[in-house]
Design a protein around this ligand. Structure first.
Ligand code: PLP
Ligand code: COI
Length: 365
């Protein structure tokens, strides 16, 4: 893919950038450039370009605004102590976007072109990748958001004949205000995230739109995130609005809900490998809400945690629902030792402090 680059003449000045990188928050500041490539059935992917970051002008009849035909990805670029910049398993994000796009009847962007697009943006905006090696700098990174949408101006309901793929980037600190403190969860018994044959395994905006009312309910009950159960029986734990889940058992095994209707997280899959290496037996299977409740009561479940690109590995505290409360396995102030060990093993690889034995890191700069 040939990529043209137009430098930004309104790049954020160094002094202001230093302030942003000191306290990046999540998803509020955007880098100086963005990547765009377009597609039609006749031309395939064409006009790949990096241009100054800025608003899009969209016709009000642009299909995505009406029928939500879109997919997206979430990944991060990390700066290592020697100044080099790396992404984590970018081919896995590329492959997942292919699967999501298939479900949304969007065209395939080949994995190597996806990675090339992300690399090109990170290279141009490399000064936006925070330095996480300074004492007290915390775990900061550059969050990358590739996305693909139906850009045809047409109100008929059929797959769009004009599609746009873009990548934007945003410096990121901790997703939750409490940092690595346990998050509290609200169990929704009214809303489902995904059903058989639905879009649960796809990373598409509609899944997040449908989670918002339940997330709003969670916030209304003083909780950080919402937990969804399976749509058929309302019994089995699926995932949170934007994270996968893990349950640590007293016997050392760790359980994560099986795939099918959940978003197959790249963090989730990396933890399967990491936890195995750390000596845990990892089970991908159904886990019911009763098993969660009873496991905490009996002590069979010793830790619960959530994981994802934005959330990294975050301990889960108490679970609230209309039918009562399941207390935190580890108290309200801290997570457990297995959660902490897995988190450390993962971030040490991402920040280049541990050997990349799985070959997950991809050098960009
Ligand atoms: N589940 C949902 C619904 C998500 O939005 C995410 C975040 O991307 C995840 C799980 C975790 O996926 P990953 O680890 O690939 O970020
Ligand atoms: C991510 O972790 O990349 C996501 O897309 C989840 C969202 C909560 C930001």
């Amino acid at each position: 893919m040939q990529i043209s680059t137009t430098p930004s003449d309104a790049a954020v000045p160094d002094e202001r950038l230093a302030g942003i990188l000191a306290e990046p928050g999540f998803g509020t500041h955007f880098t100086d450039h963005m990547f765009t490539v377009e597609w039609t059935p006749e031309k395939g992917w064409y006009d790949a370009r990096i241009t100054p970051y800025g608003p899009l002008t969209l016709d009000p009849a642009t299909a995505v605004l009406h029928y939500a035909q879109e997919t997206f990805e979430g990944m991060k670029a990390y700066r290592h102590a020697d100044g080099s910049v790396w992404t984590f398993r970018p081919e896995a994000n590329a492959d997942r976007m292919v699967r999501s796009s298939h479900r949304l009847a969007l065209p395939v962007l080949p994995a190597d072109e996806f990675v090339q697009a992300v690399d090109a943006l990170v290279q141009v905006d490399q000064r936006w990748v925070p330095d996480a090696s300074a004492p007290g700098a915390g775990e900061k990174s550059l969050y990358l958001r590739p996305f693909m949408f139906a850009s045809e101006v047409f109100l008929g309901v059929r797959p769009s004949q004009h599609v746009t793929f873009m990548v934007i980037a945003s410096p990121a600190g901790s997703y939750f205000k409490g940092g690595a403190k346990p998050v509290s969860l609200w169990l929704t018994e009214e809303y489902s995230r995904a059903g058989r044959g639905g879009m649960g395994a796809a990373k598409t905006g509609g899944n997040y739109a449908s989670s918002l009312v339940a997330q709003q309910e969670a916030i209304g009950h003083g909780c950080d995130q919402v937990v969804f159960l399976d749509a058929e029986e309302g019994r089995y734990v699926e995932e949170l609005g934007g994270m996968n889940m893990y349950f640590v058992h007293q016997d050392g095994s760790i359980v994560t809900p099986a795939t099918g209707t959940i978003l197959e997280g790249i963090t989730r899959s990396s933890i399967i490998d990491l936890a195995g290496k750390l000596g845990h037996r990892v089970e991908e299977r159904r886990i019911s809400i009763d098993e969660w409740r009873d496991g905490i009561a009996s002590g069979a479940i010793t830790e619960v945690f959530a994981c994802g690109t934005a959330a990294v590995v975050t301990p889960v505290g108490r679970l609230l629902s209309r039918s009562g409360e399941v207390p935190s396995a580890t108290g309200d102030d801290e997570g457990g030792p297995v959660t902490a060990t897995i988190r450390q093993a993962l971030v040490d690889i991402q920040y280049g402090r541990a050997d990349d034995t799985f070959g997950w890191m991809h050098r960009v700069v």
